[in-house]
Design a protein around this ligand. Structure first.
Ligand code: C2E
Ligand code: MG
Ligand code: MG
Length: 588
């Protein structure tokens, strides 16, 4: 049977229960009366302060007690309690306290009003909790956070500030200038050909080199500036005071000279060069992001100039860069939207006039801008690295064409593809090539790669290795635009080159300048001596074609024979007319 108990009886039953709970709470409880006197304190509080003498209970006075620290504590709590009496609103405060044992704690004290039936605040209850362990944990956490922040701002290899710290410093410096005037210079410094050195000597040496550069920079700049490693082989320097652009450039050159002094890395003595971009704040910009961008643009201009070049930012430079950037965007879009195609310019055997090969040439028809010359877009694609995608596209189309042409031919037509230095230097190039042959079913013997002399300027071992591998697989290699580069001829004897393509500047020049003829003759003789074939490009008339044949040139290419043709037209050409007799041309 369920017995219903009267509410006051239930209350009375619960009273001792609440009392035990309150007395065993670790929190301190103090109940204040409106005149500031303490009506009640729980056991935790008495345990903490011992006797309650210093608490202004009825009949006691803290000031008389003389324990100033504790009194100050209670004065504050009482003052807060009086505020709660006045406003009727709860409040939370944080209060330090030195305990009688001498240790210091921090308390969080919440003071809440207790209302009577008339809506007036009758008493205020203060509940104090020791927050010391939490505070200690918080402080520890903050210290760890600071440590992490410091780490996040530091470059772990060189110990220099990193990009984040650099940007912050730059912002502060520029802000300072806006109030005080003056000029700062931002120098962005890149190590030339760092990747090649890193690849050749190993990453360990590369790291040592970066460290050495960092310490040289720090020593050179001293307290006149701020040095950071911005990432990879790029360093940033803020020069705190420069009079003008000239002074900034002078310092840039001095830094470059310092870094280019030979350095001992492992067992090697190495000399490196750097390129530098310079921007001036606030002249060029007072915004740190923009200033960094401008000095990057200047560095971008300095890079191709080579050894220790420093360029200072200018608006024309920015316009050029933006145009190039827009061109890059358009090329990338063109690749995605299939705007690029490939045409084939036949190569004919000069003795018979037979088409024996064709050069794949890339074409770009933009829906609004019309036909764009490869002379314009290939350099941009090379600079931006888009040549890797574009080159793959051309290679695939060329291989597909070689398969269509040659699958039923006894004597295969050799399809030549132009390969940029950037493509050849790309370590995945031989893999791309193998994939392409495999996927299209093209035989290695049907493919020729036209490389320019610029590939051999640096005697890059990786390039030499990949050329040897390609040649061993049966792919033929020719040197395009031969005679226009600046490389030494010695590479010809060391590399597996099958053919020299005499540049069209020589071929065209033969008509008017007998000295060009001498040069062409010399190239042909040299190629014959080295067991190489010759192709003359840019043949525009019969006389030149005849002369070349008489000089012993094997193959010709040029508008005189054929303009670059679409794949369909060339196939048609190959099926039908393909000898000089049929074309009505005769050399004999
Ligand atoms: P290149 O490899 O030396 O190609 C020969 C260039 O000479 C072609 O120009 C061709 O149309 C042009 N040509 C052919 N016969 C004659 C002639 O009788 N007289 C004159 N004046 N010119 C003739 P194009 O197609 O404008 O290509 C220019 C350059 O662009 C190429 O020079 C090559 O360096 C580059 N290029 C073209 N397609 C590609 C490609 O797919 N990949 C790479 N990496 N470069 C390419
Ligand atoms: Mg070519
Ligand atoms: Mg050429």
């Amino acid at each position: 049977m369920n017995v219903k108990r009267a509410p006051d009886r239930v209350q009375a039953d619960r009273e001792p229960l609440f009392q035990t709970m309150i007395e065993s709470l670790p929190d301190l409880l103090i109940r204040y009366e409106p005149d500031g006197r303490v009506q009640y304190v729980n056991r935790s509080l008495t345990e903490l302060f011992g006797e309650l003498r210093e608490i202004p209970t009825r009949g006691g006075n803290a000031a008389e007690d003389g324990r100033q620290a504790e009194s100050a504590y209670h004065r504050t709590v009482r003052a807060q309690a009086s505020w709660v009496f006045q406003t009727g609103r709860a409040v939370t405060i944080e209060q330090p306290l030195e305990r009688p044992a001498g240790d210091k704690v921090v308390q969080e004290i919440r003071l809440v009003p207790e209302f009577g039936a008339d809506g007036q605040v009758k008493t205020v209850l203060a509940i104090a909790r020791n927050m010391t362990p939490w505070k200690a944990a918080e402080q520890h956490l903050r210290a760890k956070e600071r440590e992490l922040e410091e780490l996040a701002c530091k470059d772990s290899l060189t110990g220099l500030a990193n990009r984040i710290a650099f940007q912050r410093e730059l912002r502060q410096r520029l802000e300072h200038l806006s109030g005080h005037g003056g000029r700062i210079a931002l120098l962005t410094l890149g190590i030339d050909r760092f990747k090649a050195v890193n690849d050749t000597l190993g990453h360990c040496c590369g790291d040592q080199m970066l460290k050495e550069c960092a310490s040289r920079l720090v020593a050179s700049v001293g307290d006149k500036g701020y040095v950071a490693r911005l990432g990879g082989d790029e360093f940033g320097v803020i020069l705190f005071h420069v009079a003008d652009r000239c002074e900034a450039l002078e310092t840039a050159h001095a830094l470059a000279r310092d870094i280019s002094r030979p350095m001992r890395i492992g067992t090697n003595n190495i000399s490196i060069s750097t390129s530098l971009g310079v921007a001036i704040g606030p002249d060029d910009s007072a915004d740190e992001d923009e200033l960094v961008r401008f000095s990057d643009i200047a560095l971008y201009e300095a890079k191709p100039l080579g050894r220790n070049a420093a360029c200072s930012f200018s608006c024309e430079m920015r316009d050029r860069f933006e145009k190039r950037f827009e061109a890059e965007r358009l090329i990338a879009e063109g690749i995605t939207l299939n705007q690029f195609s490939v045409v084939f310019q036949p190569k004919v055997e000069l003795a018979t006039g037979e088409i024996i090969g064709a050069e794949a040439l890339c074409r770009w028809r933009h829906p609004q801008l019309g036909m764009i010359s490869p002379e314009d877009f290939i350099p941009v694609a090379e600079e931006t690295g888009l040549i890797l995608d574009l080159g793959k596209l051309v290679l695939t189309k060329a291989c597909q064409f070689a398969v269509i042409c040659n699958s039923k031919r006894m004597l295969p037509i050799l399809i030549a593809v132009n390969v940029s230095a950037r493509q050849l230097a790309f370590e995945g190039f031989t893999g791309t090539l193998a994939d392409c042959l495999h996927q299209t079913g093209c035989k290695a013997e049907w493919l020729e790669l036209e490389l320019t002399e610029s590939n051999f300027l640096d005697d890059d071992q990786a390039i030499i290795r990949s050329m040897k591998a390609m040649s061993a697989s049966g792919i033929r290699l020719s040197i395009d635009d031969f005679g226009t580069g600046y490389s030494s001829l010695s590479y010809l004897s060391r590399l597996p080159v099958n053919t020299l393509k005499i540049d069209k500047a020589f071929t065209c020049g033969m008509k008017t300048d007998p000295r060009q003829e001498v040069l062409v003759r010399a190239i042909i003789t040299m190629a014959q001596g080295l067991g190489m074939l010759t192709v003359a490009e840019g043949i525009e008339n019969e006389d030149v074609a005849k002369k070349l044949l008489m000089m012993g040139c094997d193959t010709g290419q040029g508008f005189y024979f054929h303009k670059p043709l679409s794949a369909e037209v060339l196939l048609e050409e190959l099926r039908g007319r393909c000898s000089f007799e049929e074309l009505g041309i005769s050399f004999r």
